[in-house]
Design a protein around this ligand. Structure first.
Ligand SMILES: Cc1cc2nc3c(=O)[nH]c(=O)nc-3n(C[C@H](O)[C@H](O)[C@H](O)COP(=O)(O)OP(=O)(O)OC[C@H]3O[C@@H](n4cnc5c(N)ncnc54)[C@H](O)[C@@H]3O)c2cc1C
Length: 376
């Protein structure tokens, strides 16, 4: 009996689970290790914050996907991989043996070196913790306890979250809505994008009185404040940390080869460059020869190729390379059912862009909902 272990239920692994539902070699045992039963889809998280979606519309239920693939589920996190014994050690104490291991555990919130972040700020990841923090803030805001909200992070995710929060607060509280600001430690917000998209976002932010503060590196977060390195202090009744991706410590702790930031280093077959029986996809892995930004679109694109390579590796057959084009469509939601789109040098915006994003996101989720999806 060959043992395939899927660590994490991320974007690529939901596809692998779906593919594993096809008729399989009866000599294969699949195990999914996941600390969550529902995989929250980050692409729709800003829409949930803005009030456009209920939480139940933004998730993939891993249980039915796993059971259709006849996979055993271990409800825990992997904390260590023991490549010599070929086992994943889980937080619940269980050890899960594998012949082939595939890892799609995403990234963690990059917290940096500012003081007080872990105690006083709500990181965007794990997404489940962020959701709890946001729900609790909504209650406090409705009681009139919130005057200002700070989002730390000026990338696409930070801006989407800030616009979504502003929209929801204005919808709920009108003129009494708290002020929302974005702090970024880069000289401009959206540093990875062109001026066209940035200027559109800045114009929208100015219109809605969302504060955008580039070159603002946070030194400390405390109860009711955020202090910058240059000692400027902002009152902040709630601070959310959306400052980019960091690697899980599991790769370094397990002695697997990583990039300089601690992400699993893989080749173009998505195999660990140090341990070929281990595969990695999505945010948690960095391609040695063709690195890409940490974006969900790359994890999604990896799914079909990963499924094929896992089957091939288990059968001892040759693997196929998977190199995604570096250009990708980015759609940044602006809170009020408008979005800005970017593709290469092109920038476009409007309500139609939001509706386009909505259709793409819903279609993606429907593919992995067992009651909605076709079986193959
Ligand atoms: C607010 C926000 C909006 C975003 N919007 C977009 C967007 O519109 N487009 C886009 O391309 N990207 C977007 N991103 C980036 C995107 O979220 C990530 O690139 C994407 O989630 C990566 O997918 P993944 O499969 O690698 O991991 P994830 O989707 O993070 O899934 C990883 C899974 O593994 C689980 N896990 C974690 N640790 C362990 C462990 N030790 N053991 C077992 N399981 C574990 C997690 O619980 C989770 O279920 C956004 C990010 C944020 C924060």
């Amino acid at each position: 009996m060959k043992r395939l272990v899927l660590l994490g239920g991320g974007h690529a692994h939901v596809h692998v689970l779906r593919a594993m539902a096809e008729p399989l070699d009866s000599g294969l045992a699949v195990t999914l290790v996941s600390p969550v039963a529902i995989q929250v889809y980050s692409g729709m998280l800003p829409g949930y914050v803005a009030g456009h979606y209920g939480l139940d519309e933004c998730g993939i239920d891993l249980g039915p996907l796993a059971s259709r693939a006849r996979a055993r589920v271990v409800s825990s996190s992997g904390v260590l991989v023991d490549p010599a014994r070929r086992e994943v050690v889980c937080a619940n104490g269980e050890s899960v043996p594998y012949d082939v291991l595939s890892i799609d555990i995403g990234s963690q919130s990059y917290l940096g070196d500012a003081l007080g972040v872990e105690t006083y700020a709500t990181p965007v990841r794990p997404l489940e913790r962020f959701v709890l923090g946001w729900e609790s803030l909504l209650g406090r805001a409705q009681r009139g306890d919130i005057g200002s909200i700070t989002v730390v992070g000026g990338g696409a995710a930070g801006l989407e979250v800030a616009f979504a929060m502003d929209h929801r607060m204005r919808t709920l509280l009108g003129a009494a809505a708290p002020h929302v600001r974005v702090l970024a430690d880069t000289p401009v917000v959206l540093p990875d994008y062109g001026d066209g998209a940035r200027n559109r976002l800045l114009r929208l932010a100015a219109k809605r009185n969302i504060g955008i503060h580039p070159s603002s590196r946070v030194a400390e977060v405390g109860a009711g404040f955020v202090r910058l390195r240059d000692t400027i202090e902002f009152a902040s009744d709630a601070t959310f940390w959306v400052a980019g991706a960091a690697a899980s410590p599991i790769f370094r702790d397990s002695g697997l080869r990583t990039d300089a930031r601690g992400f699993l280093l893989v080749n173009d077959f998505m195999q660990s460059v140090s341990h070929p029986e281990i595969f990695g996809a999505g945010d948690c892995a960095t391609s040695l020869d063709n690195p890409r930004p940490k974006a969900g679109v790359f994890a999604v694109r990896a799914g079909p190729a990963l499924a094929a390579n896992l089957r091939a590796a288990l059968a001892g057959q040759p693997l196929e390379t998977h190199v995604t084009p570096s250009r990708f469509l980015a759609l940044i939601a602006c809170g009020d059912k408008r979005a800005i789109g970017l593709y290469g040098p092109l920038t476009f915006s409007g309500r139609w862009v939001w509706h386009w994003k909505d259709r793409i996101d819903r279609r993606f989720l429907a593919r992995y909902r067992v009651d909605e999806a076709p079986t193959a």
